[in-house]
Design a protein. Structure first.
Length: 595
């Protein structure tokens, strides 16, 4: 227990209840966590318990209470207490003259992701929001957690402080901290290292081809590069939890830790290893941007419903900009690799029709109902605030650097946001964010925000890249492939159409997503063969595309359109000026000629 926590406990009013959780997993193969909550010194006739419907960092209502079963409530003498459910996530217990209450329940945990719970014969992992109730009105009380592993050789790793003298017992000073502190329980491998005098741990579950020594060396470089931006590290101990899984990918940030999920064999190939390092850089950057520098709407979490903000483009998108830049600064990959990654992101953006439909601020605000719930029309109607936020952040960084000869940059915006909002941990409004960016840029940005953040105008990449000696080049790998406007994929022995672009020849002809692609001009075609077959035609030709639409055979005339670019690449200008060369070197740290 830390000294600060001890002081806090001594200041609690004598009437405050004590809240203790015990988490057991006697049969991990059942995927059931067995949770016991004990509330002591309770002085009200009713005890309300509520479970979060979402967890910070993952902006979707996930209804964690759907995994709860076997709820019961007792006195200390094991007498049943009367209770009833008030709503999907709200239990109410009658406690007349009862000061010591025991609550037991089970949580089914068989979803391996960074935002859920997973328990099997190899380990137990859980997030606080998906396992623990809170007591409304008592969120600021300490919550103590004791873990009972199923086997003697299982260990417990969590960013929470251990309670001295009590085995596998940890203390959260408040409920927010409990939610923000994942647990890994099992025989995971633990690695310790130090950066800037601060202790770091890496806990690895699962088998794979990760090379710990190499990875830890690169972790240290990433931590140092990000600490350089913010002038130090705002914690004493940080924990990385890494799950090596069959196909998983993802990360979830926490204040003093992060959870990472990555394909177990995804570390040998350079591009896959670099993607992993981008994931590490992204989640680690969040310990500043989101966990401490956060929008006003997220200053105080409402765990019962959506927390709306138009600023996720900055919280997540700007973090995405840095997750690509940080490994470059750390020396993990070179400027050529960085620009290749950036080119791929620009390609994804410019080949997403929804960029012209949904604004960046709207994408942020509607994360709760759109980003995490993609459908066959999402590509036509939405744009990711991660992706466009990254590219808008790129433009802002280039704008600032060009105006100030690389003496100012987006780094200065991050430092100022840290000083004004992160260190005091007060939320920022969209207006305050714009004011900080303008103060660093030295220019009003109303027009920029109106066009590119609140509007849907095309991002003028070349305008912002030109001062740095770069331009965006459209590459059509298959320039002789006329445009049809659909994407197909082989699934379960069928060639399924997964996406039909808005206003494309395919859509105009009446082809829908989920149709089964059969033939072109009476000859069978597969998804893999589609582009090759289209090379036999020219723009303006009318072909017959045969599909099964809801099991009904349809043969539809489709008039093909001219070829469209399918990729974009950042390339140097042919004759860059000395100023452009100097700007580029100031931005990425190497001469433009090295490309």
């Amino acid at each position: 227990m830390t000294e600060a926590t001890q002081v806090r406990l001594t200041k609690l009013p004598q009437t405050a209840p004590t809240i203790d959780y015990k988490v057991a997993m006697p049969q991990p193969e059942s995927h059931l966590f067995e949770v016991t909550l004990r509330v002591q010194n309770w002085q009200k006739p009713v005890l309300d318990l509520k479970m979060p419907v979402w967890t910070p960092g993952s902006y979707l209502v996930r209804e964690y209470s759907r995994n709860l079963q076997n709820f019961s409530a007792y006195t200390l003498d094991e007498e049943n207490l009367s209770w009833r459910k008030q709503s999907k996530n709200h239990w109410q217990i009658q406690t007349p003259d009862i000061s010591d209450i025991i609550v037991r329940y089970r949580i089914y945990a068989n979803e391996l992701s960074v935002r859920t719970n997973h328990l099997d014969s190899t380990h137990g992992y859980f997030n606080g929001a998906a396992l623990f109730f809170y007591l409304p009105g008592f969120e600021q009380q300490p919550y103590r957690v004791t873990i009972t592993p199923p086997r003697p050789n299982w260990q417990v790793t969590t960013p929470l402080s251990a309670v001295s003298g009590q085995a596998n017992t940890f203390l959260a000073p408040d409920y927010d901290t409990l939610v923000d502190s994942p647990f890994e329980i099992g025989t995971h491998r633990l690695y310790y290292f130090e950066v800037l005098g601060k202790i770091h741990e890496l806990a690895v579950w699962g088998q794979g081809n990760l090379q710990p020594e190499k990875a830890l060396a690169d972790f240290e470089k990433i931590i140092q590069a990000e600490a350089d931006i913010f002038d130090g590290l705002p914690y004493e101990r940080y924990v990385f939890l890494l799950h090596l899984s069959a196909q998983g990918f993802g990360g979830l940030e926490h204040k003093n830790s992060c959870s990472l999920n990555y394909p177990r064999l995804g570390f040998r190939a350079k591009d896959k290893y670099y993607n992993f390092m981008r994931l590490v850089a992204h989640e680690f950057f969040h310990l500043w941007n989101v966990k401490r520098i956060r929008p006003k709407a997220l200053e105080v979490y409402n765990y019962e419903s959506e927390n709306y903000t138009p600023s996720l483009w900055f919280s997540e998108g700007t973090t995405s900009y840095y997750d690509s830049l940080i490994p470059l600064r750390a020396g993990i990959y070179d400027a050529k690799t960085y620009l290749e990654n950036l080119s791929k992101d620009i390609t994804r953006f410019l080949t997403t029709p929804g960029r012209l439909v949904q604004s960046l601020s709207e994408s942020s605000f509607d994360a709760w109902i759109k980003l995490y719930r993609p459908d066959s029309n999402s590509g036509n109607s939405q744009i990711s605030y991660y992706l466009k936020g990254e590219l808008v952040s790129l433009l802002l960084d280039l704008l600032i650097r060009a105006r100030h000869n690389n003496q100012r940059s987006l780094d200065d915006v991050m430092r100022l946001m840290w000083l004004q909002f992160g260190q005091p941990e007060i939320g920022f409004t969209p207006e305050q964010l714009q004011t900080v960016i303008e103060s660093v840029a030295g220019v009003k940005l109303d027009d920029f925000f109106q066009r590119f953040i609140d509007g849907t105008e095309e991002l003028p990449f070349d305008e912002y890249l030109e001062p740095f000696g770069l331009q965006l080049q459209a590459n059509g790998k298959d320039d002789n492939v006329p445009y049809l406007g659909l994407t197909a994929k082989a699934e379960n022995g069928k060639e399924l159409i997964k996406f039909v672009e808005s206003d494309s020849p395919a859509q105009i002809a009446g082809i829908d997503a989920d149709d089964e692609l059969l033939a072109i001009d009476g000859i069978r075609v597969t998804a893999e063969q589609l582009n090759e077959r289209l090379k036999d035609y020219q723009a303006g030709d009318t072909i017959t595309v045969s599909v099964f639409h809801q099991e009904e055979l349809r043969s539809l005339p489709v008039t093909l359109a001219p070829p469209r670019p399918n990729s974009y690449q950042l390339v140097p200008l042919k004759h860059p000026t000395p100023i452009q060369e100097r700007n580029f070197a100031g931005w990425l740290g190497v001469p433009l000629s090295k490309l």
